[in-house]
Each structure stands twice: as C-alpha cells, then as structure tokens.
Design a protein. Structure first.
Length: 127
C-alpha cells in the first residue's frame, strides 16, 4: 500500500471517529457518559448544551478532515483538541473514562498516528 493510500485510509478513519463521537455519543446522546463528563467538568446546568456544541464541533472537524483542506492545520488542531480533552478528563473526571486514566495511553497513540499520517505519509513539497 502506498503512503498516499495509507494517508487517505487514516484520514477516513479519523473523520469517521470524529463524526461518530460527535453525532452518536454527544448530539444524539447515545453514550450518556460523555454528557456526565461534561457535567463533572463544566457543571450540570449546561451539560446538555455544551455536550451538544462539542458534538457539533466534532462533526465539523470530521468534515474538515474529509475535505483535505489545510490538512496540516487540521492535524495540529486535532492534536491540540485531543491533548486538552484528555487532560481535562484525566484530572477532572477519570472515574467516567472508559479505561480510567489508562485512556491517556490511547490518546497518545492517536496523537502519534495523526502526526505520522500528516507529517510523514502526506508528502508535500518543501518550499
């Protein structure tokens, strides 16, 4: 498989991940644990509203990944979001995480994969 094919496959996987997490887990609230995490971090009064906004943002990010526009910026934004999201959850709501504090290991693997995908597999001319 060529680097370009690997890059396209991983981009599709990242996009689906963002869209599924945004739509099913947050917008449709099919995984209530996500809203509980938001409630623990931001408070129960606005947990549903913030969860909905986060979900819509994730869906938009997935669409941006699919578009391929400004792919380096998209990769950097994904990494920043994953770091921030996981740091907040690690310190403020570890009891609600699927694998507890061990979630950070999976987040790190995802960050490495996003970085590798964009900065090694996606060859761009150096200008």
């Amino acid at each position: 498989m060529s680097d370009k094919a690997k890059h396209n496959f991983l981009n599709s996987l990242f996009a689906v991940t963002w869209i599924v997490n945004g739509l099913y887990c947050k917008v449709l609230n099919l995984v209530p644990r996500h809203q509980q995490i938001v409630a623990d971090i931001l408070g129960a009064n606005y947990a549903r509203s913030f969860t909905l906004l986060i979900g819509l943002g994730e869906i938009l990010l997935g669409a941006w990944v699919i578009s391929g526009r400004n792919s380096r910026l998209t990769a950097i934004l994904q990494i920043i979001i994953i770091v921030l999201m996981n740091a907040l959850e690690f310190f403020l709501a570890p009891n609600l995480l699927l694998w507890g504090k061990f979630n950070s290991v999976f987040a790190l693997l995802l960050i490495i994969t996003i970085y590798y995908n964009e900065f090694y597999l996606n060859k761009k001319p150096a200008f």
